[in-house]
Design a protein around this ligand. Structure first.
Ligand code: CA
Ligand code: CA
Ligand code: CA
Ligand code: CA
Length: 402
């Protein structure tokens, strides 16, 4: 971890404000009020894999301290490239030997000219979210194709660790380096930043009910591998209650849950390929109301209708955090999900890019979900801003290091 990484990540650490070396960020600690769902009805989509909340919201934008909140990855890259190019100037400007003295121009002598390169403002194109569609819009609209571009995609480089140092999938509270949001303990070797040193925040507010934009949320993910398994950690800072009231196996996204997407061979098609495009949803709580894990009698994990068959060698464990009315389990300061999946069953190879996306559903008052967040999917404020579940090309990219 170099100093830049730590410094950037400290922007979202509440205790780092005193560190003058970093620009202080915001870490609002407000608690989102519980909202009523009266009058709000959801619509089951045609394949039954998700619901469309019955109302749009105007959350007022995202405030997570992450620069990517206001610009897409492509936009940031485009801007960066343009700024980098502005440093080039005609070297003859500083070469005094090639410039004649004033007023001594000789006949037939050509006055040297200095070419000043024109500097043009970068052209930033903002993906337009189609708010007119009544379905989820995925796979049918040009904005999804635009989002799927891999140009300048900041790949997440996932380190390799020894089997002996691999995380234990137990849902136990996490260790952090004191005063920071940097993981310590068994997840200390995991990637916590993308290829341009941005924290792996699940900070893109996709949509939600009015008043439920939990701006205090500080969700993030991390990943590491050991050559045999991929280990993914998802951390949800849920300031509201934990709910598992839906009790519908086909609709786990209505409760506090995580959605993990994998495109094993990075085929990036706009429909699920039936080979290695996976979409799974894991509830925080099991249907019997305790911490959810793959070893209990009634685990809550769902393979979506469009997903390839989930790997058999898949283990997970959730650990409810300190939110009110949490399950009676050992509590950390945040909700966590630990997931381990065999690489060969995901069709992921070392040193080959693959698609990955992590999204979080938050339910604070029962019924359907109140809000959805994404790592890579763009933020929005309309209920149809939800592409990845039908369009696997709308994922970020990662690669396993040797
Ligand atoms: Ca663990
Ligand atoms: Ca619910
Ligand atoms: Ca694929
Ligand atoms: Ca919740």
């Amino acid at each position: 971890m170099d100093r830049i990484n730590v410094c950037q990540y400290l922007k979202i650490a509440p205790l780092v404000l005193a560190m003058s070396a970093c620009t202080s960020g915001t870490d609002s600690a407000s608690t989102a009020p519980e909202s009523s769902v009266n009058g709000v009805s959801d619509t089951l989509s045609t394949d039954g894999t998700t619901v469309i909340p019955g109302t749009n919201t105007t959350p007022g934008g995202l405030s997570t301290g992450n620069a990517s909140s206001s610009l897409s990855m492509d936009e940031i890259s485009a801007l960066s490239a343009s700024v980098g190019g502005m440093g080039t100037t005609d070297q003859t400007v500083n070469d005094q030997s090639t410039i004649n003295q004033p007023n001594v121009v000789q006949p037939n002598e050509v006055t040297p000219t200095v070419n000043t390169p024109a500097i043009t403002a970068p052209i930033i194109t903002t993906p337009v979210i189609d708010t007119t569609t009544t379905n989820n819009g995925a796979g049918t609209s040009s904005e999804a194709d635009a989002l799927a571009s891999t140009d300048n995609n900041p790949i997440v480089r996932i380190p390799r660790t020894d089997r002996d140092n691999a995380p234990t999938i137990d849902g136990a509270p996490l260790d952090y380096i004191a005063g920071t949001e940097l993981l310590d303990g068994e997840w200390r070797f995991a990637a916590q930043f993308n290829g341009v040193n941005e924290p792996l925040e699940i900070g893109q507010y996709m949509f939600g009910e009015p008043g439920t934009n939990d701006v205090s949320a500080n969700h993030h993910w991390a990943a590491v591998h050991d050559g045999i398994y991929l280990y993914v950690l998802v951390v949800s800072d849920d300031a509201g209650k934990h709910f598992q009231d839906t009790n519908e196996l086909r609709k786990p996204w209505k409760d506090d849950s995580v959605e993990l997407f994998i495109d094993g061979n990075n085929s990036r098609l706009d429909t699920y390929d039936g080979v290695d495009d996976f979409h799974m949803t894991i509830n925080l709580l099991s249907s019997i109301g305790v911490s959810n894990a793959s070893y209990i009698a009634d685990p809550k994990i769902r393979q979506s209708d469009t997903s390839a068959t989930l790997p058999a060698d898949l283990a997970f464990a959730a650990g409810p955090g300190n939110g009110p009315a949490a399950a009676s389990a050992e509590r950390g300061r945040k909700d966590i999900y630990e997931i381990r999946i065999k690489l060969s069953e995901l069709n992921i190879e070392v040193n080959a890019p693959f698609g990955i996306e992590v999204q979080i559903n938050d339910d604070d008052n029962g019924g359907s979900r109140d809000a959805k967040w994404a790592w890579y999917h763009p933020a929005g404020n309309t209920s149809d801003n939800d592409f990845t579940w039908q369009n696997p090309s709308v994922m970020g990219t990662a690669i396993l290091l040797q």
